[in-house]
Design a binder for this molecule. Structure first.
Ligand code: ADP
Ligand code: MG
Length: 247
């Protein structure tokens, strides 16, 4: 089943294109990496798919419908630094935001919502921190509660922008295990990621992007030296040898 289709997506900032003519059909039940160098338009692509940015051209559908008819089913974890962590709320309150799509307008969380939030906190190992103000959390803990918020929303499609940045190795493993569980449950997970080392382990499918779509498909088919160099150009060799990555 096609979970997301994007047709001819072009987005500009101040008339300068950040992504150009992107076409994608994304199947459900996969973990999909969006990979490319800094400034390649990864976050822009994600926001454009979510309808958070005005597009120059293009159209995005979720399960063949416009996003407005299925927002409840779609959750988004922005890049951690784009969030205001000084906001004076505690962990439970932040995770409860995931339930708002389900709570009637002007309504209040009921016992079911509270149970779902507590279960999500347990799942990410943050239940003991449930009363803590969010500004006192470490980077890894912040990422865990973002994930808990997404889990509490009980969505079908998960968008995550650089969820592994600034988290400890243990949290990275825990997050990845959860992503696999979500996939087993048939969910679709898109992850912006810039560290090429783990790409083969983490992602079933890969979107390689640098303004235009460089390659898209099964990771094993398209994570090749040629494609990586097309996406990263001269930026790669300084940091990593492609030979080591693709072998
Ligand atoms: P990535 O997530 O791959 O690092 P982005 O999607 O954030 O890339 O950015 C793509 C390009 O668009 C970059 O050149 C960036 O500087 C530019 N850009 C991103 N956001 C804005 C913005 N709000 N205003 C102007 N330019 C932007
Ligand atoms: Mg980004």
């Amino acid at each position: 089943m096609i979970a997301i289709s994007a047709k001819n997506l072009t987005v500009s900032y101040n008339r300068k294109p950040a992504i150009k003519g992107i076409n994608l059909n994304i199947k459900s039940g996969r973990v999909i990496g969006i990979v490319g160098p800094n400034g390649a338009g990864k976050s822009t692509l994600m926001k454009a798919m979510l309808g958070l940015l005005p597009v120059d051209t293009g159209e995005v559908k979720f399960f063949d419908k416009p996003i407005d008819s299925c927002r409840k089913k779609i959750s988004y974890i922005p890049q951690r630094e784009q969030f205001d962590w000084d906001f004076p709320i505690n962990v439970t309150e932040l995770v409860m935001m995931g339930r708002y799509a389900h709570i009637a307008r002007f309504g209040f969380p009921n016992n079911n919502d509270k149970q779902i939030v507590n279960r999500a906190l347990e799942k990410v190992g943050m239940y003991d921190y449930r009363k803590r103000q969010i500004r006192f959390l470490s980077g890894g803990q912040q990422q865990r509660i973002f994930l808990a918020r997404s889990l509490a929303q009980e969505s079908e499609i998960y968008f995550m922008d650089e969820p592994f940045v600034g988290v400890d190795a243990k949290t990275e493993m825990a997050i990845f295990e959860l992503l696999k569980e979500l996939r087993e449950a048939g969910k679709t997970i898109l992850v912006v990621h810039h560290d090429l080392a783990k790409v083969k382990d983490y992602f079933d499918n890969l979107i390689l992007i640098n303004q235009t779509l460089i390659a898209y498909g099964e990771t094993n088919d398209i994570f090749t030296r040629e494609n990586i160099e097309r996406a990263y150009g001269g930026k790669l060799t300084i940091l990593q040898k492609t030979e080591e990555l693709v072998n």
